[in-house]
Design a protein around this ligand. Structure first.
Ligand SMILES: NC(=O)c1ccc[n+]([C@@H]2O[C@H](COP(=O)([O-])OP(=O)(O)OC[C@H]3O[C@@H](n4cnc5c(N)ncnc54)[C@H](O)[C@@H]3O)[C@@H](O)[C@H]2O)c1
Ligand SMILES: [Zn+2]
Length: 550
């Protein structure tokens, strides 16, 4: 006997259809909706309705990027609804964030057909299919199918070739009705995010239980060294034993060991382990290990391969992405470093289960930073989550990995946007440093007793106050930012132990100084930031004084 609650949850969950154009998603979706009493939604139709023009015209007049933004907006909206059959545009479910959003409450099916069948079914209306535009649609279909094969393969496959649409629908109904495809089963999606840089690309994979299976993502035949810290090592170093590392280097945990002396010891261990120029370093840890191990990989024998396995939220959403590596000097943070792109980044969500709560919160500050820089929608959802999370955390519960995965993926997508456009931080990438001029000085002023993310939280508040005091940013938004950080358990004031003079002096070392003038990243709105030049010292000082006193 099935429990009532099971029946209810199944009736309410959504059914999502994905697959290439011409596989019958719309027709099958209509019938499914009718047969199961759900509402039918076709994402392409919804977008055309909203835009007031056809999909082909959106592509032609506004560009593909605009169309993808509509898809994101709709995925966000539909993810909060239930009782729907959703037929999705061919690429919608290949976007890692859309996939996570819609997957939360749905059984997803991918309809398949061969290239010949697809061509036969779409031949009559090629003009309305911008992606098949060109002389040789057959070749184009084959190419797109190959490109999308891996992405589609993560969903339950339903072959439509040579079959009636009724039979296809019957398959889906059987799978959903008998509970053979439980919506929760599909949830453990693995997100693959390609990141391009001049001369190459790598993939960041976010999912569960990935450390056990690194060789799936990268060939590690050559001698490898695992670098980790004492906290992370005790939980996970054994998980990587199957790789047979030639050296396992465990350094003491903490920012204060992110320095040249530790790197020097790492070089010695690499030599002892016989790591040569064909070798590779696997970093396993938070941002400190990633930055320092990455720097070792960029300099040892003039550079060896690097695989980053971030284990803190902060490292997953920020430090492991974009190729910046380095160490601190007594004069300031990250003053020695190099750009070193990894071969891949593997973020295993299960490692977050042992991450201490203050570290999780610290990472959350960078997630909030990402939202402030680029996504008002993400900021809204963080506000909603903060409310339920603060309750769960107070009751001693862990945060749901599904929610965390969406936030991690969205933060990475935002960071990717900036690092791909400006790989060497000449212009736009600077915007990722929102709050960081303050944060670095606060970290240093506290003798590194404050976590990076905690300092970033205070730095974000400082950047908001500064933007407001210069007349760029409305006061109510400053309050919303403070409230969100506060709800997440993050500090929003400068500790009294750090003096104004110290902070002002330390900020002189910040790399955002341009010929003696202080540059600050300022905000106009949530999701709208810019580089403020010639920011008056007095305004900065006033903000610091206020945030120390209040
Ligand atoms: N390269 C970049 O682009 C970039 C960007 C942002 C931050 N950073 C750097 O990252 C560093 C901060 O990163 P962080 O906050 O991850 O610091 P961290 O590496 O010190 O990790 C924080 C603490 O959590 C522990 N830890 C990490 N993962 C764990 C796990 N899964 N289980 C149990 N314990 C775990 C660590 O041992 C450490 O004690 C700073 O040095 C900062 O400058 C670099
Ligand atoms: Zn940071």
């Amino acid at each position: 006997m099935e429990s009532e609650s099971n029946q209810t949850s199944r009736r309410q969950s959504n059914i999502v259809l994905t697959g290439f154009m011409g596989t019958g998603k719309s027709v099958a979706g209509h019938i499914l909706a009718r047969e199961t009493g759900r509402e039918f939604i076709d994402t392409d139709e919804l977008i055309a309705q909203r835009a007031g023009k056809s999909i082909a015209n959106i592509f032609f007049e506004d560009g593909e990027q605009t169309f993808r933004l509509y898809e994101r907006q709709i995925s966000r909206e539909l993810s909060t609804k239930d009782g729907l059959v959703i037929s999705t545009g061919g690429r919608l479910m290949l976007d890692p964030l859309n996939a996570l959003l819609l997957n939360q409450n749905a059984a997803v099916f991918c309809l398949t057909a061969t290239a010949e069948e697809i061509l036969a079914r779409t031949e009559n209306d090629l003009s309305s299919r911008p992606l098949l535009d060109g002389d040789n649609p057959a070749a184009r279909i084959e190419k797109l199918l190959r490109e999308r094969e891996e992405g589609y393969s993560q969903y339950k496959q339903i072959n439509t070739g040579g079959r009636s649409i009724q039979d296809v629908v019957k398959d889906i109904l059987t799978l959903t009705d008998t509970g053979k495809l439980d919506p929760t089963e599909n949830r453990a999606l693995r997100s693959s995010i390609p990141i391009h840089y001049p001369g190459g690309s790598y993939t960041t994979v976010v999912g569960r239980d990935l450390l056990k299976d690194l060789s799936r993502f990268i060939d590690l035949e050559r001698p490898t060294a695992v670098i980790t810290d004492s906290n992370v090592g005790k939980h996970y170093v054994n998980t990587l034993r199957y790789l047979g590392p030639a050296a396992t280097i465990i350094v003491p945990a903490g920012e204060k060991y992110k320095r040249l002396e530790t790197v020097r010891k790492i070089y010695d261990e690499l030599l002892k382990g016989g790591i040569d120029r064909q070798g590779a370093i696997i970093t396993l840890g938070g941002g400190v290990i990633g930055d320092m191990g990455g720097f070792a990989a960029s300099t040892y024998m003039r550079g060896i391969r690097l695989v980053q396995c971030p284990t803190s939220l902060l490292a997953m959403v920020d430090a492991s992405i974009g190729g910046k590596t380095g160490v601190d000097l007594p004069a300031g943070k990250n003053l020695v470093g190099a750009f070193k792109q990894p071969d891949c980044v593997i973020a295993d969500l299960l490692t977050l289960r042992t991450l201490p709560l203050p570290e999780l919160r610290s990472g959350m500050a960078e997630v909030i930073k990402a939202a402030l820089i680029a996504s008002p929608e993400m900021f809204d959802s963080l506000e909603k989550l903060a409310f339920s999370w603060s309750k769960q955390i107070n009751d001693g519960h862990q945060l749901p990995l599904d929610n965390l995965q969406s936030l991690i993926v969205e933060s990475i997508l935002i960071k990717r946007e900036f690092v791909e456009r400006d790989p060497f931080e000449k212009n736009e990438r600077m915007l990722l440093n929102l709050g960081h001029t303050f944060a670095h000085a606060i970290e240093k002023g506290s003798g590194y007793t404050i976590r990076h993310g905690e300092a970033v939280a205070v730095g974000l508040v400082a950047a908001a106050f500064l933007s407001a005091s210069l007349g760029y940013f409305p006061d109510p938004l400053v309050i919303r930012i403070e409230q969100l950080l506060n709800k997440m358990g993050l500090p929003i004031r400068i500790p009294e132990s750090v003096t104004v003079q110290q902070l002002m002096a330390d900020m002189l070392y910040d790399k955002k100084m341009e010929s003696g003038k202080r540059r600050f990243i300022l905000m106009r709105d949530i999701g709208d930031v810019f580089v403020g030049r010639d920011v008056p010292e007095t305004a900065v000082e006033q903000v610091i004084e206020y945030l120390r006193r209040s």
